[in-house]
Design a protein around this ligand. Sequence first.
Ligand code: TYD
Ligand code: MG
Length: 455
Amino acid sequence: MAKTKRRYICQACGSVSHRWQGQCPDCAEWNTLVEDTPASVFSQKHDLSSGGRRIEFVPLDVPGKALKRQTTGLNELDRALGGGLVPGSAILMGGDPGIGKSTLLLQASAAIARSGREVVYVSGEEASGQVRMRAERLGYKDAPIRLASATSVRDILTTLHAMEPPALLVIDSIQTMHSDTIEGAPGTVSQVRGCAFELIRYAKQSGAALILVGHVTKDGTIAGPRVLEHMVDVVMSFEGERSHQYRILRALKNRFGAVDEIGVFAMAGQGLEEVPNPSMLFLSGREEPMAGSAIFPAIEGTRPVLIEIQALIVRLQSGATPRRAVVGWDTGRLAMLLAVLESRCGLNFSTAEVYLNVSGGYRLSDPAADLAVAAALVSALADKPLAARSVWLGEVSLAGEVRPVAHAGLRMKEAAKLGFDQGFGPPECGQGVSGIHCEELSILPKLVDRIVASE
Ligand code: TYD
Ligand code: MG
C-alpha cells in the first residue's frame, strides 16, 4: 500500500504544503498550517468495473428553461447581483464585521417574504430573539420569515428536506456552521468548505437561492471562505468605512452577470437606505473652491459618480523624513505621481509631508483618477484653488503624458448635467460632448502651467 503523505492546509487561504512551516508560502499568514488527513477519494483510483451510473447529456437550448431572476425587493441589491437572485444559485456575501451584512440580508429577506415567497434565515451568530428585535426596530416585525438560530448543517438540511424549498436561504455566517461528518472546529477551512459544499448541493437540487455570509480578515480577503470563492456562483463584497454612512455592494465574481455594477446604501437609524442616484454623494457640498481639492468624474458600472480628492501639503522645517499618508487611494500610485511631478515638472515635494484623502470613505482604484490627484497635489503645493466647477480626468504615464481613459465622454456629460462647466482631460476627451468646456492636456507640465498661471 502506498504510504500516505502528510499534508498541511493553510487555514487562511486553503493552500496545501507537504511539510509544516511557520508561515504559509502562498498568503504569508503566520501559524495557519494545520495537518490534514488526505481524503481517500484523492488517493484511490476509480474501479470502473463496479459500474457507475450513466450521466445524461442535454442540449444547450432547453426550451422554457430560461434563467428567471427574482427581485429581492431592494433595487440596489438587485443591481449589484446583475438583475436579481437566480434560483438555485449560491452567493457568498463578504464584508468586515459590523459593516451591515446581517442588516442588509434581513431587509432583503423581509421584502421577499412580504411578497409571498418563502424565506429561511438561519443565524449562527445571534439568538433568534436578537434577530427578531432588530427586525422589529427596522419595522419588519410582521414579515413572515422563517427564522432559526442553528449551527448544525445536518439539523438545517434535515429540516429543509422536510419542507417545500424556500425561494431564499440565508446562512449567517458560514464560519459559525459545523458539520459532524467533518473533523475540526467551526471556522476551519475543512469545516467551512464541507458545510458550504452540503448547503450549495441543497441549493442546486432544490432551486433555492442560497446566500452565505462570510467574514473578512483584516487584510481584505474573505477568511477561510476564500476557499469558497470557486465553489459559489457569485462573490459579493459589502464595503465602506464603519465611521461613514455610505456602504457599497460590489460583485467580485458573477456567473450570471457583469461585475461592474455597484449597489449604494446609506446606514441610517432605520437600517440601510438605498441611494438610487449616487452621483453627488461623495462631494463635500462646499461652494467656495479650496486649494488642494479636485473633482474626479468616476464611473461605477454604468453610473457616473463625482468624487472629491483632497490633498494637503505641509512644509517641514527640520530635516525629518516627510510623511506620505493616503486614505482611499493606492500609496504606491501616489509615490509614482509625486516622482513624475518632480522629474517631469520640476516641482519639489521632497521636504514636504503629503496627505491625500478621497472624501466620503470611497475607495478609488481607477487609473483615470491620476490627473485629478495630480491637480489636487499641484493646487495644494501652489496654494491656488482649481477653477470653480471643474472636473479632472486622465491617466498619467511615467513619461508625464496624460493618457486617454474609458468612457471619457460619458463622464464629461454627467459632470455637465450636474452643473460643472469645465473639464480637463486627455486629448479628445471632449469629443461629442456639449454643455461643458473641455480642455485637453496632453502632458503633465501643461497641467502645472494651467494651475500656477490661473488667477
Ligand atoms: P450588522 O448588520 O450586524 O453587521 P454585520 O452583520 O456585517 O456584522 O450591522 C451592525 C452595525 O450596523 C451596527 O454597528 C450598527 C449599525 N446599524 C445602524 O446604524 N442602524 C440600524 O438600523 C442597524 C440595524 C444597524
Ligand atoms: Mg452579522
